[in-house]
Design a protein around this ligand. Structure first.
Ligand code: ADP
Ligand code: MG
Ligand code: ZN
Length: 478
């Protein structure tokens, strides 16, 4: 934290929705298709083609609004944002301006540095994306309009953040929410979640905001943090050198780790917004909002709290298990079948997530379902197998898809609780280790662990460890 200046950050995030079709026509929005193969008169911007609003986009906007505590406007307006660029054949982008669908929301974030904080969300509005320019080697450019008319939500925050760390906490939480809601795939590389950061500084205690710079082209959390920190230093230098920060748009260059001015306020566009005469004002009834509210999933922060309060899990476990919806669903599925949340948590965080990571798989593709895993845990409980053998059983289930009972049976993994059989092994172990036995008799009782280990090893993990312990004690004492 700088001793002389306070940092002020406001963020604009573009969230690309995962609808089947575009916002104003029936074309697919699938990524990576051949150029201009997913177009029609509407998204090509041909004269006279009329946009028709995709209802799913409105529902997704309502979901995002409700999840971020916004008010949902009963009446909102689509507007034309006019500018010229070759990837925008209509000469305007359809967006929302004066009456957006969501306003006055907030999210609570937390950072180590500054603690808990409520960040205001000014608005969330719907808009269409533009196409893409492909710059060819021959100094010419081609236009791909597959992305034109792809549905976006623009989420605009209040200038409430005071450090790059807070900005990242806000972005990660917003990212988590839209992915949880199932309205965005969250892929930063493919541009599904894009952020512009507005940054200014002001002397501590000053009420008015300083002049801001807007940073663009930030497509990873790491770059966003770097770009903000670079910008803060740059503005401090400008002011300390007796200069003034000018309002401008700057482009971050991740390779060089610096940003460069793209355009100043004087060069900024005048978009001449006006209501789009091709689209009726949008009416959203209270009924509709309630219907959407009733199908919202439980959100990650609520789960995080519930796992701690109701399931008594440590904050760390609750955080790992609630961070991604498919993981939370797997975990909750397991707890529903085996009602010991801490044991379930240990297995999901340890064996399941570990094996998935090693094999580079997502949890929805996990070969060991919650049902199969619950079967393993029950066999530990009824002492058919030890906790250690359970890990072998888990691996076998992973490979074969068979259930715990089948694996235990076929591989002969059942715990040995026959005292005669264990006694024989105990005798062998004692006979094979005269040195440690002598030390044990001389008072080194810690060696009991070693003996139990030897018995488990000799029985390939199948001896009942409690019985092994008892028998060893008896024999070594005698
Ligand atoms: P524009 O649409 O021209 O980018 P807005 O007024 O909509 O301008 O502001 C966009 C973003 O900039 C918002 O997230 C807002 O919080 C943030 N912002 C506005 N003023 C400042 C400032 N002085 N310092 C930091 N962020 C700011
Ligand atoms: Mg802006
Ligand atoms: Zn189309």
């Amino acid at each position: 934290m700088n001793s002389r200046y306070e940092v002020v950050i406001g963020l604009e995030v573009h969230v690309q929705l995962t609808t089947k079709t575009k916002i104003f026509c029936g074309c697919s929005i699938e990524f990576g298709q051949s150029p201009n193969s997913q177009t029609c008169p509407v998204c090509l911007g041909l004269p006279g083609a009329l946009p028709v609003l995709n209802q799913q986009v409105v529902e997704d906007a309502i979901k995002a609004g409700l999840a971020t505590n916004c008010q949902i406007a009963p009446h909102s307006i689509f507007a034309r944002k006019n500018y010229f660029y070759p990837d925008l054949p209509k000469g305007y982008q359809i967006s929302q301006f004066e009456l957006p669908i969501c306003e006055h929301g907030w999210m609570d974030i937390e950072t180590e540095e500054l603690g808990k904080k409520r960040v205001g969300i000014t608005r969330i509005h719907m808009e269409e994306d533009a196409g893409k320019l492909l710059h060819n080697e021959s100094n010419s450019s081609s236009v791909d309009l597959n992305r034109a008319c792809t549905p976006l939500l623009e989420v605009v925050s209040e200038p409430d953040m005071r450090s790059s760390e807070e900005a990242i906490a806000y972005l990660k939480q917003l990212h988590q929410i839209v992915v949880y809601l199932g309205i965005c795939d969250g892929n930063l590389d493919e541009g599904s979640f894009r952020c512009d950061a507005n940054v200014s500084i002001r002397p501590w205690g000053q009420k008015e905001l300083g002049t801001r710079a807007e940073l663009k082209n930030l497509n990873s959390f790491r770059f966003i943090k770097q770009a903000i920190e670079y910008e803060v230093e740059r503005q401090i230098d400008v002011i300390e050198d007796g200069g003034e920060v000018v309002q401008e748009t700057r482009l971050f260059d991740p390779d060089a780790g610096v940003s460069r001015s793209m355009r100043s306020k004087e060069e900024a566009h005048d978009y001449r917004y006006f209501p789009d005469p091709d689209l009726l004002p949008l009416q959203v009834s209270a009924d509709w909002v309630e219907r959407v509210r009733s199908v919202l999933p439980e959100l990650p922060l609520v789960k995080l709290q519930r796992y701690q309060d109701e399931m008594d899990l440590p904050a760390y476990d609750a955080g790992v298990l609630s961070a991604e919806r498919p993981v939370a669903e797997y975990f909750e599925g397991l707890v529903a079948l085996y009602n010991n949340p801490k044991v379930c948590s240990n297995w999901v965080m340890g064996e399941v997530l570990g094996a998935l990571k090693e094999k580079n798989l997502e949890i929805i593709d996990c070969p060991v379902s919650p049902e199969l895993l619950a079967g393993v845990l029950q066999r530990i409980d009824d002492k058919t197998i030890s906790g250690k053998i359970a890990k072998t059983v888990f691996e076998e289930i992973w490979q074969s898809g068979k259930n715990a009972d089948q694996v235990i049976e076929e591989k002969g993994l059942k715990q040995v609780s026959d005292s005669g059989a264990i006694e024989a092994i105990v005798d062998e172990v004692i006979a094979a280790n005269p040195g440690p036995v002598a030390e044990y008799h001389a008072g080194k009782e810690k060696l009991m662990g070693f003996f139990v280990g030897q018995v488990m090893k000799a029985s390939k993990g199948k001896a009942n460890p409690g019985m092994a312990n008892q028998l060893l004690k008896k024999k070594l004492a005698g």
